[in-house]
Design a protein around this ligand. Structure first.
Ligand code: UDP
Length: 239
């Protein structure tokens, strides 16, 4: 069934920074906390799909600046996301949540292949579906994949969990002391003003398809649950 879900269904994007706790490798304590917050929302009936980033292991663009072929480096980046998927799956299962991992690069021993209709079925059954390996294509980002997966699995909203900021600002608040947080924003304005908190491809894919996005901070305990339940936190970006 590919029609609209009856329950709230959302796509949560978790970046590599969350998984690494700001460092290279895995920060299990952080993944455990986030998993507990996701479990709370699942217990209240929210259908949750998750796209996982991988910047805590490799970013293709950075590796290519240090001499690697860009496409190959991007594949390394995608493989990194899968390790994060498995860590998240483990802590979610420990928290009593039923999960499936689906990857855009086939690796049958550790995950299902990405099959959209099957993903929808998992969501309907209350399983959390974790999408790994990005789009399986170099030159894309997991932010863009988050929007694509949300469209294909009919999610109501894309929730971008960010580290270090609690929403979209008029400028980078770390560099510009006059930067103001925005409560609402249009994709057109985000693109025109070059706001880089989410990448431009992701913003334009949302704009063209009328998806609502919410950008929120991962720092505040409880925010993941709040965002999943639909509380008005962070910044809402609309068409
Ligand atoms: N990547 C890619 N294609 C995709 C998704 C990701 O090539 O569809 C690679 C890219 O090299 C990227 C890395 O995987 O730098 C990790 O993903 P991303 O940087 O989006 O993770 P995040 O910033 O969320 O930690």
């Amino acid at each position: 069934d590919t029609t609209k879900p009856t329950r709230r269904r959302v796509l949560l994007k978790l970046s590599g920074e969350t998984f690494g706790g700001g460092q290279i490798g895995l920060a299990p304590d952080v993944v455990q906390r986030v998993s507990a917050e996701i479990a709370q929302a699942v217990a209240q009936g929210v259908e949750v799909a998750i796209v996982v980033g991988g910047g805590n292991f490799f970013r293709g663009a950075e590796l290519s600046q240090r001499g690697l072929d860009r496409a190959r480096a991007d594949y390394m980046g995608m493989l990194g996301t899968v390790m994060n998927c498995l860590a998240l799956q483990d802590f979610l299962e420990q928290a009593g949540v039923s999960t499936r991992v689906q990857t855009a690069i086939t690796m049958g021993q550790v995950a299902e292949p990405y099959i959209p209709l099957r993903a929808i079925r998992h969501l309907e059954k209350g399983r959390v579906v974790i999408f790994g390996a990005g789009a399986g294509m170099p030159y894309f980002s997991t932010d863009t994949v988050a929007v694509q997966r949300s469209l294909e699995t009919h999610c109501d909203e894309v929730l971008m969990g960010k580290n270090g900021v609690d929403g979209v600002y008029t400028a980078d608040p770390k560099l510009d002391p006059t930067a103001r947080k925005l409560d609402v924003l249009t994709y057109g304005d985000a693109l025109q003003q070059g706001l880089r908190v989410v990448d431009a491809t992701a913003f334009s894919l949302c704009m063209d398809n009328g998806v609502q996005m919410r950008v929120f901070g991962m720092g505040e305990p409880g925010n993941v649950t709040r965002a999943l339940l639909g509380e008005n936190i962070g910044t809402v970006v609309t068409a």
